[in-house]
Design a protein. Structure first.
Length: 359
């Protein structure tokens, strides 16, 4: 007795749905002769008849009906697997360089918490505003900006189902009630024109190969006189003491790998031209420098160790695999980044926060 393949189960399922070989062939994008050949091949393998032909209709034999019933669970699982694969593909559209691990979630939350005052002391909008947070990720920024605006409503979107699940859990754990989540593509937003009072996105454009197209789509759903707020980092602004060539190589490795994926780790310096070329007005860009020495233990732990160095460590395997750095440079560079967190060390990095208005 030969084995049954998935294509055979799909064939049986389709014939059951439509009743004839002609209609089944059309639905499966096959010729009628090819489908007939597959059916004969299957019956030969199994040494049983699956269908009777009655007035050009195919009717299950008792054996065929038993096979059809037994195959239902297999097909359901197969459909679920295909759906999961599509979800993975959609999540990979952003080609997020840092991945979706629990460690990355912790890093994002540490980053958001450690520099929240630097980035978000002015992340406040008019009461009763409807605000779109584009690319909310795991909700690291959401759980900071939403409580700052308790009388406004947020719609937070992301393309990653995994990230959205974690974001919802984070918001629920923190008893934040003015946020709803939606899975959506930033390049094809499921909202009507001029729908939102304000748009906010943080650490998103750096991962996109077409950042200006995303900003133009965000502009579409923004009301006239509505504002957009962008926050991005710039790895080119990184410097530290003691100085280290190996640590610099690791920072540049991050830039290189992100560029290969279509992103730009130095996009902070480009926010003004992106907004200008997208047709926004009243553009202001504010550098937000993070300076750390051992008199700021919360930043030593939260930013140098748990955010920046953790980020660099997170791309280690890929950097080695692509031979952007070698193992000795990697180990020495990470050690030197940790050294900046020790007594006498200093670390500087600049984020850029841009605000603009839709005319």
């Amino acid at each position: 007795m030969g084995s049954i393949e998935i294509k055979h189960l799909k064939l049986i399922d389709t014939i059951d749905q439509v009743g004839t070989l002609k209609r089944a062939a059309k639905k499966l994008y096959l010729t009628q002769s090819a489908l007939s050949h597959q059916l004969r091949e299957l019956e030969t393998r199994l040494e049983i008849r699956i269908f009777h032909r009655v007035n050009n209709q195919l009717v299950f034999t008792p054996a065929g009906k038993a096979i059809r019933e037994a195959s239902e669970e297999v097909l359901e699982r197969m459909h679920a697997l295909e759906g999961t694969i599509q979800e993975i593909k959609k999540d990979d559209i952003r080609d997020y360089i840092h991945g979706y691990s629990d460690e990355e979630t912790a890093r994002l939350n540490d980053q958001a918490k450690s520099i929240s005052q630097i980035l978000h002391w002015d992340s406040k909008w008019d009461k009763e505003s409807l605000i779109l947070e584009a690319g909310c990720g795991v909700g690291a920024q959401t759980r900071i900006i939403a409580p700052l605006n308790p009388e406004s409503s947020f719609v937070s979107i992301d393309l990653s189902s995994k990230s959205l699940k974690k974001a919802k859990e984070s918001i629920e754990e923190n008893n934040i009630e003015n946020v709803t989540f939606k899975k959506a593509d930033i390049f094809q937003l499921p909202f009507k024109d001029a729908h939102f009072d304000h748009v906010f996105l943080c650490f998103v454009l750096e991962h996109l190969s077409r950042p200006m197209d995303a900003v133009k789509e965000l502009k579409r759903v923004l009301k006239p006189e509505g504002t957009i707020t962008l926050i991005e980092g710039d790895h080119g602004s990184t410097y530290f003491h003691p100085d280290s060539e190996n640590a610099k190589k690791l920072v540049e490795a991050q830039v290189t790998l992100q560029r290969k994926k279509g992103g730009n780790a130095n996009i902070g310096r480009e926010l003004y031209p992106i907004l200008y070329d997208s047709g926004f007005c009243d553009i202001t860009v504010s550098p937000r420098q993070v300076y750390v020495d051992d008199s700021k233990p919360e930043l030593v732990e939260g930013f140098i160790k748990n955010t920046f160095t953790a980020m660099i460590k997170g791309i280690s395997e890929e950097a080695l695999a692509q031979k952007v750095v070698d193992k000795n440079e990697l180990d020495a560079g990470i050690q030197d980044l940790y050294r900046t967190a020790e007594g006498g060390g200093t670390f500087c990095y600049t984020f850029f926060k841009a605000k603009a208005k839709k005319a």
